[in-house]
Design a protein. Structure first.
Length: 248
């Protein structure tokens, strides 16, 4: 079974919390240009996975996995393939009581400097998680992934590389190779069984600064206007070559 190139954490204009300029169709098109075969749209606090979008992705060679970035006690948790009860959970206790069912729980950017990052709540609720995210926002000499790597090793959890895409151009510098059949059930099972490989390279200083400035700009616009500003840059993908596969 061939490994599938996957991104399990992305956002689009369908996100009810973020005011983004790219549609889900544009996201799928950009992912196809970068040879992704699995894509999860993880809007904040809402699942967007219509049959039309699944078919749109399928015609471009992509398996579209339903998901969301839930807010659990003020902390972000990515849930792939959730059912309605899991998508509506508001506390770690609720998630624990519901169980995994057909879903996988990921810890996104757990130690990045944000109030929504899990921080100590990751280890406090480590039994809930199937994988830990290795975030794309880092350069060779700086980043916040090292503690995530240590915690993943400590508890025997796989590392999942994602883009956490909010603005184009779409860059595939950090992604996941998943050993699974191209369907959501087997992909989720592969994550839970650790049949995944992190593929990553550091961002260049220019790329890193661009991401930081975008985050700061949208954060301040959100405080002033109540939403993030739209980014209408025309380039939709950023090719990085084959990159390399890391062993952590």
């Amino acid at each position: 079974m061939a490994e599938l190139k996957a991104d399990f954490h992305t956002h689009s204009a369908d996100d009810p919390r973020d005011d983004l300029s790219h549609s889900t169709e544009m996201l799928i098109d950009a992912a196809a240009q970068l040879n992704f075969r699995v894509l999860a749209l993880t809007c904040h606090e809402g699942v967007t996975a219509t049959e039309r979008l699944r078919e749109y992705a399928r015609r471009r060679g992509i398996t579209f996995v339903p998901g969301l970035e839930a807010c659990i006690e003020g902390k972000h948790v990515v849930i792939l393939n959730p059912d309605g009860e899991q998508a509506s959970a508001a506390t770690f206790a609720e998630l624990r009581a519901l169980g995994r069912r057909d879903a996988a729980f990921l810890a996104p950017h757990p130690y990045y400097p944000s109030r929504s990052s899990l921080g100590r709540a990751l280890e406090d609720n480590i039994d809930l998680f199937d994988a830990v995210e290795f975030c794309t926002l880092y350069v060779r000499w700086a980043g916040f992934n090292r503690r995530a790597v240590r915690v993943a090793r400590k508890y025997g959890l796989p590392l999942i590389g994602t883009s956490d895409l909010h603005a184009f151009p779409y860059c595939d510098s950090t992604c996941t190779l998943v050993d699974a059949a191209p369907n959501a059930d087997d992909i989720v099972a592969a994550i839970r069984q650790g049949r995944v490989t992190l593929a990553t390279r550091p961002r260049t200083l220019r790329e890193g600064m661009g991401l930081v400035l975008y985050s700061l700009r949208t954060s301040w616009k959100g405080r002033i206007y109540g939403f993030g500003g739209k980014d209408r840059r025309q380039s939709v993908v950023s090719h990085t070559g084959k990159g390399h596969t890391e062993s952590f």
